[in-house]
Structure formats: C-alpha cells, structure tokens
Design a protein around this ligand. Sequence first.
Ligand code: DSN
Length: 419
Amino acid sequence: MSYYKHIEQEDREVFAAIEGEEKRQAEGLELIPSENYVSRAVKEAMASSLTNKYSEGYPGKRYYGGQEFTDQVERIAIERAKSLFGAGFANVQPLGGANANIAAYFALLEPGDTVLGMDLSHGGHLTHGHPVTYLAKLFRFVRYGMKDVETGEIDYNALAETARKEKPKVVLAGFSAYPRQLDWQKIADIAHEVGAVAMADVAHIAGLIAGGAQKNPFDYGFDLMTTTTHKTLRGPRGGLILVRSDEALAKKIDKAVFPGFQGGPHMHQIAAKAVAFGEALRPSFKIYAQNVVDNARRMADVFTEGGVRLIAGGTENHLILADVFGSLGVTGAEAETRLDEAGITLNKNVIADDTRKPLDPSGIRFGTPALTSRGFSAQDCAQVAALMLQVLKTPAAVAEAHGAIRTLALAHPIPDSYQ
Ligand code: DSN
C-alpha cells in the first residue's frame, strides 16, 4: 500500500498520475533552479484538515468563527518568517510569488505610477512588468540591465540616471535568471535618493539568504521583500511578503493582500510554510544553502571548461545560464528535450538580448537546489555537468547517459526529512 493509499483505493486515474510523477522525480534529476523537494512534514501539513477552513482576515481579527487553531498556525508562520529574514513584519498569506508581487504593487502604487525594474531578458520576471501581463497595463515599467553580459555587472550609473529621470515610486531589484549578487546597498541608496520604496523580489534566493549564503537586502536598507516559499527556501508552493521595519507600510501590505487582492487564505499552505520555515531555522539549513552555491559553482566550472559560454561568466548563487546555441549550435529547446530524454529536467531560457524567440531561445537555465537536497556533493554535480555536456555535444550519447543519470538518481533518494 502506498503513501497515497486512499487515492489509490478511491481514484485510480489521479493515483496513476501521482505515482507517475513520484517515479519521474525519483528516477530523474531535477535541475530547474526554481524547484526543490519538500519534506514529508511539509506535505503532511499541506494535506491537513486546515484546508477545510475559511479564515478571511488576520489572526485575532477574522470574519468567520472557529479560528482558534488557524490563528495559532498563522502566528507561528509569521514569527518564523520574521526570524528567518530579520523582518519586522511578515504577511504569510500570498498564494504564490506573483500574488506577493501584485499585492506589493497594489500597496505601493496608483495606476499609472512608475516602477524601475530589471530588464526581462537580463534576468527579470514576468511580474516585473512584462508587456504580456495585466500589470503592464496598470503601471509604467522602466528598465535597467547589465552593463557587461560577460561579467553580469549591473549598470548602476544608468540605473541611478534612469531613477532620477523617471522618478519611480518603486525601485525593484530581483530576478529569476541572473547568476550574480546584486549590490543591494547601491540600489537601496538610489531608490531612497529619489523617494522610492526599495523592493527586493528574492523568490529565487530566499533560501540562500535565510541560510546565510547570500546577503540579506534588509541589511542594506531595503524596505520590502517578496518571495516564493518553494524554491531555495524548500517550502510548499506559496508566497510571502516581508517588511523591514515600517509599520505603516506593513499595514498597507496586509490590506492589499486581504481584502485588496486575495480571498480566504489557504491555511493548510500557511501551516506548511510554518513547518518549512522551522526547517530553515535549523543549523543544517545553513550548510544546505552554502552547498547549493558551491555545487552550482562547480557545475559552472565544468561547463566553462567544456567550452560553453555562461551568461555573467559563471555563478555566485544557485543558477547557471548557458548560451548553448552560441557555444554548441544546439538551441535551448533542443537542449531541453535531449536532456529530458536523458533523465535531466531543466528549462530553455532566453539569454540577455537574445535574438531567438522565448519558445526556442539560445539558452538553458539550470541549478542545484534540488540536487543538493538529495545530498549531491560538488563532485557528484561535476559528474552531472559532464554528462550534460556529453548529451549536448553528442546526440547519440543520450541512451548511455540516461543509464548513468538513473543510477546517480537512485543512489541519492529524495529525503523524507531534513534534520
Ligand atoms: N517559474 C519561476 C521560475 O522558474 O523562475 C518564476 O516564476
């Protein structure tokens, strides 16, 4: 009888899909840098009876009765989030990272106001104002980017000049495909010079910050951070908004999340966030965070030695962006498919100022949060990178690489808990 025994007995169709996904995850290697493996404790919280409860409002101030235990769980999640990030205030209700960003905009902006954010092809995110989003119709997004794609250096002078000219209400720093560390101090100073709020979207690196492997924007004067909880932070799928110290800003955020934007919070998800935050507060999470970074650097080195151009020349965090089309003549889509056949999941990705289209770009993006959760060492990661290169350079090598990748995966089972 499996862990999913009730689904197995009562709904064979859904059970088959879940079992298939479990097998796929166990036998393959996950290199999408925004994915990870949650503990059984996080899964149990997600599957708890808290999913049955409506809890609009906040602890001690709800619209429906019966909130004794939902209040407890939300307060635990808030306190743990504050401790992890050194925040004065936390809102744990955003259902995802996009929701967290949208609620933050609603708290800070009026329609037509300006946001200065990272250029999307330089590593920004859809919710940072991509033209296809509804947000781009509501607010005015202006851009900054890298000065030098080979080193990843941000053009902070251009950023400052644009801020002085465009007078944004929010200066947004954060990314979903940028492998270097930002100069948080410079960005906060520029934001404050023009009277803007300094907002960091740390969705990708939240776990690295919580684990002390990357700098915390709050230590450099940032006012607000948004994040997902399911990437390097290794929690359930969800969002989180943190305010450094401004109580008035925190109140605006709470109002923007509910009733401004969302309905009833998902209390089972909030319980799972609390469990994951508890895990991230353990000393072992610091080791995990540093290993994620060390493993990524090792993979980047193998790619560079193998003749592949890396955007920003390498990595200082958990992710790597490789120009496989420019270096090997393999498009991002071809690379994704070929590696998938070999048992490695990653994603095609545009590179800075890509001349190819997003569905078949020049690059691939991959990273080490999930492999590191499975206990992969830097040496194991180097072996994975070498197998990837073999598959990218020699299509006929897929079958042989698949065997080696499956063996590596089975030798590193997905953990049930993180002590
Ligand atoms: N889909 C996420 C990522 O992969 O980075 C961002 O939304």
